[in-house]
Design a protein. Structure first.
Lengths: 250, 314
């Protein structure tokens, strides 16, 4: 399992793709970060008089991480599309299949590999808010929960992406499908908001954003944790099934 | 000799189409089995089944005593596989790639390092080991593919058309490499190139339309030839019927004024008789060539008939 993860990570970092992605995401978020800081600096004088006014964490970090989630939603499909679609096109899957590895080891290995890559991305993102420590106090607990939420969110993106990548032999189709699915799950909340209150709002429950937002505010709800866990497990299991089915020729 | 790979009654259907039906296969230690058939006969399907990439609908596969279906991990550890398209990652260098392959096959530490070094040397990849696989020529890519299949020192190596798309020199080098491998490993070689089989293999298995048409040693295959002939050149030839009258000659064709083809039954060789007559009657024998049915003729004959011609023996 670890050897598959290692293979995946080294393949990612040996192509310019990973570096470009890390750099560009960092650039985009840095720009947003700076504009949030500027905005906060402008209104700081006005809001400081209000008791219980939002601080740096609410005004800068939460919007930044919310933007980061959206940017990661955009790039995750391009990483996960490589998982199986690219291997199929490259005819390199037999290498893994004929190695003494089970289907679950292959899938989990790839998943962990991508998760490792995004962990690095998240660390880079986390450095920006942490740099505020130099001049201001931030709510480290809220920040920690937000980062954890972002991590769970990315883990879900990857699980869905890997599954969709195993369905097709065209990487670009896998990427588009993943993007559409994730985006749908992102905006499904909008429809849910307009639903009549009092009904069981299952559309809202499906929304990735709906489960991420409480974490941005610093709440850890078991509902949200179980949603993300369930989401990842279901997609990973489906990928394993899919890989076995390909061998059986179904 | 120990049997390293044994497959029984392999069948595989794709929807209503039969890809492979009731194929039996055994390979002993140190043996090269040629797996021969026209395009679309089911060669690659069989190779995929043997390597665990495709599950058979019926039948069993044992690799070095492990059942591929119920103990896949142990069985696959004994197996090296080079598919039709070598499974390479173009962005890695040869050395990195082989290290990952060894790691996938559960090699670690010193063992891994020495295995990679050995295989690089064996496959002649020393000069290119630091280059990206994507930039290598087809021949070197194919060699890297072979190196990948043998890096963990498996009992059985399966090659699916290893020489396709190579130039004659590369083909020769790869054949030498395969021949050398057979000293320690059992090799299954799938191909549609007949001279390759004649050169390399100890045993052949010919399949057509998913069924085994012939399975025996190459020697037995040659004994199966339908007729034998000699081509002779005489500078002072006698009339045709004089040649015809020699004992054991079944018929004579004249190729040109001085050249004749003498057909005879494989068990009754007229060569000695012919030479004696040529000398005593001053026919001035200049050339005598034993013409054999090439494997190609036998192959064509076998796959033309629908029913198996020879009794299948192992």
């Amino acid at each position: 399992m670890w050897c598959v993860a290692r293979l995946e990570i080294s393949r990612l970092f040996l192509s310019p793709f990973a570096w470009i992605m890390l750099a560009l995401v960092q650039f985009l978020l840095a720009y947003m970060f700076l504009s949030h800081i500027e905005y906060f600096a402008q209104i700081q004088g006005q809001i400081s008089a209000i008791p219980g006014a939002p601080g740096v964490t609410e005004m800068i970090i939460a919007p930044l991480l919310s933007n980061a989630a959206l940017v990661l939603l955009l790039i995750a499909p391009f990483i996960t599309m490589r998982a199986f679609a690219d291997e199929h096109r490259n005819h390199s899957l037999p290498l893994l299949i004929s190695a003494p590895l089970s289907a679950s080891q292959i899938v989990l290995g790839k998943y962990l590999g991508y998760l490792g890559f995004f962990l690095l991305q998240l660390v880079l993102i986390a450095l920006m808010p942490l740099s505020l420590l130099a001049g201001s106090a931030i709510d480290l607990y809220q920040f920690g929960v937000s980062m954890f939420g972002l991590f769970l969110l990315v883990a879900s993106f990857l699980a869905a992406g890997i599954f969709l990548s195993s369905l097709t032999t065209q990487p670009i189709i896998a990427a588009v499908m993943t993007f559409c699915l994730l985006f749908l799950l992102w905006i499904i909340d909008f429809a849910a908001a307009s639903a009549v209150s009092g009904q069981i709002n299952w559309l809202a429950w499906l929304s990735l954003l709906g489960h991420f937002q409480p974490m941005l505010a610093g709440q850890i709800n078991s509902v949200d944790l179980s949603f993300f866990a369930l989401f990842c497990v279901v997609f990973i299991l489906m990928t394993i099934r899919r890989l076995d089915a390909a061998r059986l020729g179904l | 000799m120990t049997i390293l790979l044994e497959a029984q009654n392999l069948s595989r259907y794709f929807g209503p189409n039969v890809a492979v039906k009731n194929i039996d296969l055994t390979v002993k230690r140190g043996e090269i089995l040629g797996f021969l058939g026209p395009n679309g006969a089911g060669k690659s399907t069989t190779m995929k089944m043997l390597s665990g990439n495709l599950a058979p609908d019926e039948g069993q596969i044992h690799i070095n005593g492990f059942d591929l279906l119920s103990q896949p991990k142990q069985a696959k550890a004994q197996l090296g596989y080079l598919p039709e398209n070598p499974p390479l990652y173009r962005e890695l260098t040869v050395n990195e790639y082989l290290q990952h392959c060894a790691r996938l096959n559960q090699l670690k530490g010193k063992q891994l390092k020495s295995a990679v070094e050995t295989v690089i040397e064996r496959c002649g990849l020393g000069d290119v080991q630091r280059r990206l696989i994507g930039q290598l020529s087809k021949g070197y890519q194919q060699r890297t593919g072979i190196a990948q299949a043998i890096v963990h020192n498996p009992a059985v190596v399966i090659f699916d058309e290893p020489t396709s798309g190579l130039d004659p020199l590369q083909i020769r080098q790869i054949r030498e490499l395969i021949r050398e491998l057979a000293n320690e490993h059992s090799v299954i070689l799938s191909t549609h190139i007949l001279p390759e089989v004649e050169m390399l293999c100890d045993r052949v298995q010919i399949i057509s339309k998913g069924q085994v048409m012939f399975a025996d040693s190459l020697k037995a295959l040659h004994q199966q030839r339908l007729n034998s002939s000699l081509r002779i050149t005489l500078s002072a030839p006698p009339p045709l019927n004089e040649l015809q009258a020699l004992t054991n000659v079944s018929s004579v064709e004249s190729v040109s004024a001085n050249q004749f083809r003498i057909l005879y039954h494989p068990e009754q060789d007229p060569t000695e008789n012919l030479i004696a007559s040529a000398v005593s009657k001053h026919w001035h024998l200049q050339e005598l060539v034993r013409e054999q049915d090439s494997l190609e003729d036998i192959f064509m004959h076998l796959i033309k008939d629908d029913a198996p011609l020879a009794k299948v023996t192992n």
